[in-house]
Design a protein around this ligand. Structure first.
Ligand SMILES: [Zn+2]
Length: 211
């Protein structure tokens, strides 16, 4: 199993919501060429740590437990990918103005139910806080917060601000919090520039070939 400091490229967090950042752990569009960036359970842990869903010490515990229970770790990774694709399809359906599929809503609800079982509120010196009832060594502890993030976004006004990157080769999701709600790219410096360069090349080709 990979160490937590594996040499995989760093994950990016540009979605504005953790559930969208999770959907963006696939590079490229689902329909076209895509790259899976969660290739093993350790990637899921590394992503969860970078997303601040688990602490460094929790991440170490999870990797330790996963090495001793590879079957459960593989099951959690599969559940994570199913949840991710369900969220991706629900949000892209909303962006397209179509009805999300029941199978995707059910996949999200499955993890939502698991992620809230045993939840309670606790009174602290700072007021009430959620207590989710998950043990530190529960391999699936990042799935509940991800499902809750998606459910919260879907039931908020911000659901109308979810956008998909206009770079057809990207397809990442983000919440458009710009004043005019005209953000086109997940990362202007990467996707915006790539598209501009491609358009420029296309124009050059048209000029050179006369088409
Ligand atoms: Zn993009």
């Amino acid at each position: 199993m990979n160490a937590i400091t594996s040499k995989l490229p760093g994950f990016e967090f540009i979605g504005g919501k953790v559930c969208l950042d999770f959907a963006n752990t696939v590079s490229g569009t689902r329909e076209g060429r895509s790259q899976e960036n969660l290739t093993g359970y350790s990637d899921l842990v590394r992503w969860s740590q970078e997303a601040a869903l688990v602490t460094e010490s929790q991440a170490k515990t999870l990797l330790y437990v996963a090495e001793r229970d590879e079957g459960e770790a593989a099951t959690v990774l599969t559940r994570a990918r199913v949840l991710r694709e369900a969220m991706y399809h629900i949000f892209t359906a909303l962006i397209a103005g179509t009805q999300p599929a029941g199978i995707d809503i059910e996949a999200l609800n499955r993890e939502l139910r698991k992620g809230t079982t045993g939840a309670s509120v606790m009174l602290t010196t700072d007021g009430f806080v959620w207590e989710w009832g998950k043990e530190d060594d529960a391999l699936d502890q990042m799935l509940g917060p991800l499902a809750r993030s998606a459910a919260t976004l879907l039931t908020s006004d911000e659901q109308h601000l979810v956008r998909q990157c206009a770079n057809m080769r990207c397809g990442w999701l983000f919440v458009d919090t710009t004043k005019n709600h005209r953000r086109h790219w997940c990362r202007t410096t990467i996707c915006g520039n790539n598209v501009r360069v491609r358009r420029h090349r296309q124009r050059q080709l048209e000029l050179e070939t006369g088409f």
